[in-house]
Unconditional design. Structure first.
Ligand SMILES: [Cu+2]
Length: 403
């Protein structure tokens, strides 16, 4: 009785504290810069509430435990039949086992649709197939082992007059449960290895469109290889001013490279991405194409794939007019990591060609001569006028790049 009394006092104190805090929080919110403080108070209130709930639940369990102990002691003292804990535990085991299995099915049913839509790349179909086969196998094993585990605990619960059967060893059983998983896993690994090599070591790379994505905290810079389809070399020592990637522009292959504000790819054409990073390790992630590759400072990494579904087709497929393929960073690289998104548009070959025509190589932009503004009568321009004009043009490109 005294425990129950204590408990009720404690519970009312907890509720009183909770509501006082709510009232105080509401009062604080009425203040001037309450938005932030309010949110913080609310967070602490939630934490305090859960701690109180936990402590209260502990007390209730303790009280129930004590009461049961007292009941058991009286039954033994009076030589009555007590509680059959073996049966209770075995039944609870069975109930919890089946509830857990039901939970797994429910979860699949309720949130299975939140997975990514069908892959939008050639190799994506293969990797998804591998994933599905692995999933079917593991799910079957999961259901079978759980059924057996929980049912057997119930069937072979402790009972009076029942003795455990001593069964220490069976060679055949050991062979089966060693060989079957070994063979199944070997088959899975073999197909995984075949798929991996076909994706990571592609052939006929010559015709693949070359695109570079360089990560830095917290944005992407995209470079296309231009007409020669060769990405010019880079050197980190050249990074500065408007040369954000340190491209060696005295190299011919660099001079037709351009830096677009969106990634545009033609459908059903192979593209080879070259990845780099300027500060920490980032990770280029294009989930709809099933592409992910680390971006590592000081080295290039590559991923080659073929998009098979245009943005417009995917928009009608997922029934979302605003859908866009995105390049994300998938490595927690710092505070504004979430900002690292870049739109990818997959279009028809014709649209891609039209878009290409509108792209000006960075080097051409940098060196473009501005239209003659001075009237004919003006005396000859000073010798360094071109230099000044180039700087102006460079400023313009700098502004474009910063955007
Ligand atoms: Cu990042």
């Amino acid at each position: 009785m005294s425990i129950l009394k204590k408990l009720s006092i404690f519970a009312s104190a907890a509720i009183a504290t909770f509501y006082t805090n709510v009232a105080m929080a509401q009062a604080a919110e009425a203040g001037a810069d309450a938005a932030k403080a309010g949110a913080r108070t609310e967070m602490w209130l939630t934490v305090a509430f859960y701690i109180l709930m936990f402590v209260a639940a502990g007390f209730i369990l303790g009280v129930v435990g004590r009461a049961l102990k007292v009941y058991e002691l009286t039954t033994t003292a009076t030589k009555k039949k007590g509680i059959n804990w073996n049966s209770i535990n075995a039944t609870l085991f069975l109930v919890i086992g089946f509830l857990g299995l039901y939970g797994a099915f429910w979860e699949l049913n309720a949130h299975g649709g939140w997975l990514l839509p069908d892959p939008a790349s050639k190799h994506g179909v293969e990797t998804d197939n591998l994933l599905h086969v692995t999933f079917y196998i593991t799910f079957t094993v999961f259901v079978l082992t759980h059924l057996v585990l929980f049912t057997y605990v119930f069937l072979y619960r402790g009972r009076k007059n029942k003795r455990a059967y001593y069964y220490p060893h069976n060679d055949n059983l050991e062979k089966i449960w060693t060989l079957v998983p070994a063979v199944v896993l070997s088959i899975l690994v073999f197909f995984g290895w075949k798929t991996w090599t076909s994706i990571m070591y592609p052939e006929n790379l010559k015709d693949a469109i070359k695109v570079e994505a360089v990560a830095e905290q917290f944005k992407w810079t995209i470079r296309y290889a231009g007409k020669d389809n060769l990405l010019g070399p880079r050197n980190y020592r050249l990074i500065g001013g408007d040369n954000v990637l340190g491209v060696k522009f005295d190299d011919k292959t660099s001079q037709d490279d351009f830096f677009p504000q969106e990634i545009v790819l033609p459908v059903n054409k192979t593209v080879q991405f070259q990845f780099g990073a300027k500060d920490v390790i980032h990770s280029a992630y294009m989930p709809h194409f099933r592409v992910q590759m680390n971006c590592v400072p000081g080295m290039n990494t590559y991923f080659t794939f073929t998009p098979t579904v245009t943005t417009n087709e995917m928009r009608s497929k997922v029934n979302d007019a605003k859908f866009d393929y995105l390049l994300y960073c998938n490595k927690i690289c710092g505070a504004s990591h979430f900002n690292m998104k870049f739109v990818i548009k997959v279009v028809s070959e014709k649209e891609y060609r039209a878009w290409l025509k509108n792209q000006t190589p960075f080097w051409v932009k940098k060196n473009e001569k501005p239209a003659p503004a001075a009237p004919a009568e003006t005396p000859a321009a000073p010798a360094d006028s071109t230099k000044a004009d180039t700087t102006k043009a460079a400023d313009k490109t700098l502004a474009i790049n910063i955007k």
